[in-house]
Design a protein around this ligand. Structure first.
Ligand code: DQA
Length: 145
């Protein structure tokens, strides 16, 4: 069965209580369940991970090679700082989609830059948790996952 890794970065474990006016009131567990259901309906296995640590996120990306067929990544604030995560995505050569709950381009200037964007098929932002489902759909439709 085809398999997609959904990887979440720092502070996303706090979803539901963290700035709900920006990120919504769903918890990460609720988002995970939506992704599992959406994947099951499409015959795709979903693995769902979160870490607040850049190195752990790197390890997850490295371990995805040969195990998963695509990656959905919300790298949180590491999006705007991490050349290491960008390099890891390039290294594993898996199709990836970048997701953000909020529209990062409508927010502070420092959120407009994404190192992740250079290494992914495309970016989805501003649609809340629905963006994760859009990203799964995009991997299936556009990246043969
Ligand atoms: C985020 C946007 C980032 O700028 C921020 O640091 C996050 C969440 C989003 O999903 O909208 O932690 O990735």
């Amino acid at each position: 069965m085809r398999s997609i890794l959904i990887l979440n970065g720092p502070n996303l474990n706090l979803l539901g209580t963290r700035q709900p006016e920006v990120y919504g009131d769903e918890t990460l567990e609720m988002v995970q369940q939506k992704c599992l259901d959406y994947g099951a309906q499409r015959g795709v296995e979903i693995a769902f991970e979160q870490s607040n640590h850049e190195g752990v996120l790197l390890d997850h990306i490295h371990a995805a090679k040969g195990v998963h067929d695509g990656i959905v990544l919300n790298a949180g604030a590491y999006t705007h700082t991490s050349i290491a995560l960008m390099d890891a995505l390039f290294s594993v050569e898996l199709p990836a989609v970048e997701v953000h709950l909020s529209n990062i381009h409508a927010r502070e200037e420092f959120r407009h830059t994404s190192y992740i964007s250079r290494a992914v098929v495309g970016q989805i932002c501003g649609f809340g948790s629905h963006g994760y489902l859009m990203a799964i759909g995009a991997l299936i439709a556009c990246a043969s996952v």
